[in-house]
Ligand binder design. Structure first.
Ligand code: SF4
Ligand code: SF4
Ligand code: SF4
Length: 339
C-alpha cells in the first residue's frame, strides 16, 4: 500500500498488476494476515478508474461480453440448450444459476469443453434428487471477473440485475455448479448489497447430502482420477469434502490425492481471463505432472474455466504426449453415470 501511495502511477501502469490470479495461496503463508487479493482488487480498481486497460487474454473478448451484459435492454437467447428431458419450473423454491457456461461452450468448441454438459448435467442431477429448478431467461454474468479485475462499477450493474431477477422469481435457494458464481453470490453480493434474501448452495453440497443418505447412486467407472480444487470453491469457500464425496461414491473409481490439494491446491494458471503466458503454461504443465505422479490418468475439476485452461494447455502436442492425461468436469461426469 505504501508503494501505491508513494508512486501510484508507476504501480498502476505496471503490467504485473494483472498477473495475480487472486488464488489466495499467498494469504495462507502470510504471517501478517494481509488480505492480499482484496488489496489487488482495490489497486486494480484504482487503475481501471484511471482509464488503464487490464492485460486480458483473448483480446479482452470476455470482459467485453460481460460489459455488454450490463445493458438493461439486452436480448439474449439464453436457454436454447434446454432440452425437453431436463425438467425446469416457472415458479418454485429452487433456482439454478446457469452462469456463462453456454458462452464458453461456443467460444471454446474446438477444445471439446464440457461447460454446457456440466450445466445440463446439473439439471439432470437436480431432477434425480427431486428438484426441478427455475432457470432465468434473462440471467446475466455474476460479475466475478469484472469485480476481480477492478471494474466494480460494471460488477454492481450485473449484480443488481441478477438480484432483481431472483427476487422476482420468488426462489428461496439459488444453486450453483460454477465455483466463481457460488463465491460471488455467497460472499461478494452480501459485501456490496447486504444479506441475500435467499440461500446460496453449491450443487456438490446437495449431491453429497443425498449420497450420504443413500439417495443417489452411480454406475461403475474404471478410471484412476485426481481432483483439482478450484480456488474459488476450495480455498475461497471451504468446499473440499463434497466433490470428493461424489467421486468416492462412484464404484470402481480409483482416487489419488495430489500432493498440493485442498487448501494447498494450486490455481489452474489463469484468473479472470487476465494475463495468460509462460507462467500460466508452466503452472498447468506442473499440475499435469503432479496428477500423473499421484497415479491419476484423469484430472477432474469442478470449474468450467479450469477445464478450459487445462484443455487449452494440452493443445501443446509435446506436453500432451508427455503427460497423457484426460480432463473431465465433475458434474458432467457424474451426470453421465448416475443411475
Ligand atoms: S497468484 Fe495467488 S499466490 Fe500469487 S500473489 Fe496472486 S493470490 Fe497470491
Ligand atoms: S479458473 Fe478455477 S482455479 Fe482458475 S482462478 Fe478460476 S476457480 Fe481458480
Ligand atoms: S490457457 Fe488457453 S483458454 Fe485459458 S486464457 Fe490461456 S489461451 Fe485462453
Amino acid at each position: 500500500m505504501r508503494c501505491v501511495q508513494k508512486d501510484s502511477e508507476a504501480v498502476l501502469v505496471d503490467k504485473a498488476l494483472w498477473d495475480c490470479l487472486t488464488c489466495g495461496l499467498c494469504e495462507l503463508r502470510c504471517p501478517s494476515k494481509i488480505k492480499y487479493i482484496e488489496f489487488m482488487r482495490d489497486v486494480r480498481q484504482l487503475a481501471i478508474t484511471d482509464g488503464i486497460k487490464a492485460e486480458c487474454s483473448h483480446g479482452g473478448a470476455f470482459q467485453s461480453l460481460y460489459r455488454i451484459m450490463t445493458a438493461q435492454n439486452l436480448k439474449q437467447n439464453r436457454l436454447e440448450w434446454l432440452t425437453k428431458d431436463l425438467k425446469t419450473s416457472q415458479k418454485g423454491d429452487y433456482l439454478y444459476f446457469v452462469g456463462c457456461a453456454p458462452y464458453f461452450d461456443i467460444f471454446f468448441s474446438e477444445l471439446n469443453v464440457e461447460s454446457l454438459n456440466s450445466v445440463k448435467g446439473s439439471i439432470k442431477l437436480l431432477n434425480k434428487i427431486g428438484i426441478n429448478p427455475i432457470v432465468l431467461e434473462d440471467e446475466r454474468c455474476c460479475g466475478h471477473d469484472l469485480l476481480w479485475i477492478g471494474d466494480v462499477e460494471n460488477f454492481k450493474k450485473l449484480a443488481e440485475h441478477n438480484l432483481k431477477q431472483i427476487e422476482e422469481s420468488g426462489a428461496k435457494t439459488v444453486i450453483f455448479s460454477c465455483p466463481e458464481g457460488y463465491q460471488t453470490f455467497s460472499q461478494n453480493y452480501p459485501e456490496f448489497f447486504g444479506k441475500n434474501n435467499f440461500n446460496v448452495v453449491h450443487i456438490s453440497q446437495l449431491l453429497a447430502e443425498k449420497i450420504n443418505n443413500n439417495q443417489l447412486r452411480f454406475g461403475e467407472l474404471e478410471k484412476s482420477v485426481t481432483f483439482q480444487d478450484p480456488c474459488r470453491l476450495g480455498r475461497h469457500s471451504g468446499i473440499y469434502d463434497e466433490p470428493r464425496s461424489i467421486i468416492s461414491a462412484i464404484p470402481k473409481i480409483e482416487f489419488h490425492e495430489m500432493n498440493k490439494s485442498r487448501h494447498r491446491s494450486t490455481c489452474c494458471g489463469v484468473g479472470c481471463w487476465l494475463t495468460c503466458g509462460v507462467t500460466a503454461k508452466t503452472i498447468q504443465a506442473n499440475r499435469f505432472h503432479e496428477a500423473k505422479q499421484a497415479g491419476a490418468d484423469t484430472l477432474i475439476t469442478a470449474c468450467p474455466k479450469c477445464e478450459i485452461h487445462y484443455k487449452c494447455a494440452l493443445q501443446d502436442q509435446q506436453l500432451n504426449d508427455e503427460v497423457k492425461i484426460e480432463i473431465r468436469d465433475l458434474i458432467a461426469l457424474a451426470a453421465e453415470i448416475v443411475v
